[in-house]
Design a protein around this ligand. Structure first.
Ligand code: FEO
Ligand code: CA
Ligand code: CA
Ligand code: CA
Length: 516
């Protein structure tokens, strides 16, 4: 039995084993309710829940742990399930298909209630429930807004490829545009309008949705927000690509709690840093530094950049060019390429932060690892750090490809895995079974030991774990069940096995059973 204890909840769970069942499996005593699945009506206007749910974040209504809004990311659209056919096989989509693909990405705001019977359900009469999609107009703010680097744009169309995200200190959410390239291309949209961190207020549709360009443009996985010792806002971010860097943004001004949502302005102006893991230093990504490096006679273009020095000199003219081309700027300045940095979380106890380096087959890191960073003097605003490999994927730990992370208040790190549906249950991935969710204590005698808490249905990954503040409910998104299906008449999964369904559906569940 594995014990968990926090100031609110304590209990035990019996870790489960690996599975190849087409079920969402949980330890004894835990159950789940499906609260929303692809295509479900979410409000009276008839908006529907998007495809491939990922990040979730719960906003209590009037402080309740049984009633609130849930924001859910929709990462990508699968042609077979969304269009009913492998559209685009000839490289062409109809205008209607493009519209549908864009509609089914972005995010959903849904209202959830836990009934007297203890079950969670969606309230489709909600006055808050709405969609934010690849068709919604929003604005660019910060260092690149209106610049040549984004085609002078201030208003842009939509958000898509929304992978993970984070909550702000002022009760809004940040949703992250990750693998945006394909959708931008097929929809004929300007790629510099995507790859940003996007802020939404779930309670207020009059709050203009904004893309925070000062946080850089790359394959954004997530945000993890905290405060430096001197009170500035710090945001840690992963760039989910092979050989990509770990970033943090530090605001210029200080956070003022009483200012509430007006603190959004802190994300407009500040310094973006990338991690140099050899020197243990945060490198400031400024136009002055990039131009100086490029002008240096001895400067050699890093092998990961496929451009000539003259082209780079022409490309980097202003700070807007730096934030729009963040990955290149970071490599030019000597930041360390890493093994697909996915989610990042700040430990609630000691200000260390954890990065899921999911894997990188370019150099044999097949099962990935979780890295723990120690900022100097435990100050999130520090310019120096140290790190260790906290837990490594593989047969011994029992997990492969860590992706999303979340903490409970006892200091346990919860991680979900993302072995790709094409490699799952094959070759060196055979022993892991389906993707799962694991609990790893970050202190105490079981530190670093992974215990399995959930096993995903076939072809699926578990994403976006998020606890209610009292930790009695854990929201979890089940993404891409049955993704290997090639014939709709023979789906490889039928999860969530709802009566009447004829295909698998990505869905969000509410897990309960945590004991007081
Ligand atoms: Fe969309 Fe990085 O996982
Ligand atoms: Ca992810
Ligand atoms: Ca997270
Ligand atoms: Ca992933």
């Amino acid at each position: 039995l594995f014990g968990y204890k926090s100031n609110k909840v304590s209990g035990f769970f019996e870790p489960i084993g690996h599975s190849k069942e087409d079920q969402l499996l949980l330890p004894k005593g835990f159950t789940y309710d499906v609260v929303a699945a692809y295509g479900d009506k979410i409000n009276e206007a008839g908006d529907t829940f998007g495809f491939n749910n990922d990040f979730t974040v719960f906003f209590p209504i009037e402080g309740s742990n049984n009633h609130g809004l849930l924001w859910v990311n929709h990462e990508y659209s699968s042609d077979l399930f969304v269009h009913g056919a492998p559209a685009g096989a000839d490289g062409k989509y109809t205008a209607e298909q493009i519209k549908k693909s864009l509609y089914n990405q972005g995010g959903s705001i849904i209202e959830l209630k836990r009934g007297e019977d203890g079950k969670w359900a969606m309230d489709t009469k909600s006055k808050y429930a709405r969609r934010v999609t690849g068709l919604t107009m929003m604005k660019l703010v910060g260092q690149a807004a209106g610049s040549n680097a984004v085609g002078s744009a201030v208003q842009v169309q939509g958000t898509f490829a929304n992978c993970s995200g984070g909550m702000t200190l002022w009760n809004t959410l940040l949703t992250c545009e990750e693998n945006f390239e394909e959708t931008a291309e097929l929809a004929g949209l300007n790629p510099t309008h995507y790859g940003w961190v996007v802020e939404v207020d779930p309670f207020d549709s009059s709050f203009e949705i904004r893309k925070h360009t000062s946080l850089g443009r790359f394959n954004h996985e997530n945000t993890a927000m905290g405060l430096s010792k001197d009170g500035r806002v710090v945001v840690y971010m992963g760039d989910d690509k092979k050989d990509a860097c770990v970033y943090k943004f530090v605001s210029k001004e200080k956070y003022i709690r009483e200012m509430g949502r007006a603190n959004t302005n802190l994300l407009y102006d500040g310094t973006l840093y990338a991690a140099d893991m050899k020197k243990g230093k945060w490198i400031a990504l400024t136009i002055e530094a990039v131009q100086k490096a490029l002008a240096d006679e001895k400067f050699k273009v890093p092998s990961l950049i496929k451009a000539k020095k003259e082209d780079l000199l022409a490309k980097f003219q202003t700070q807007a060019d730096v934030v729009v081309n963040t990955h290149e700027a970071a490599l030019i300045l000597g930041a360390t390429p890493t093994d697909r940095p996915e989610d990042i979380e700040i430990c609630p106890f000691d200000n260390t932060f954890f990065v899921a380096h999911t894997n990188n087959d370019n150099h044999g890191n097949i099962h990935g690892h979780i890295t723990r960073f120690f900022e100097k003097d435990s100050d999130l605003g520090a310019l120096e750090f140290d790190f260790e490999i906290f837990a490594a994927g593989g047969r011994q730990s029992g997990f492969s490809a860590p992706d999303n992370l979340t903490f409970d208040s006892a200091g346990n790190l919860w991680t979900v895995t993302d072995m790709s549906s094409s490699s799952m249950n094959k070759g060196v991935f055979t022993s892991f079974g389906n993707n799962g969710m694991f609990v790893i204590p970050t202190t105490g005698p079981n530190m670093g030991q992974a215990m399995q808490f959930a096993s995903a249905p076939l072809d699926a990954e578990l994403t976006g774990p998020w606890f209610t503040p009292d930790e009695t409910t854990l929201f979890l998104a089940v993404q891409h069940p049955g993704e290997n299906t090639t014939d709709l008449a023979k789906p490889t999964s039928m999860w969530p096995h709802r009566p009447g369904d004829t295909m698998p559906r990505p869905a969000v569940v509410a897990i309960t059973g945590f004991q007081f």
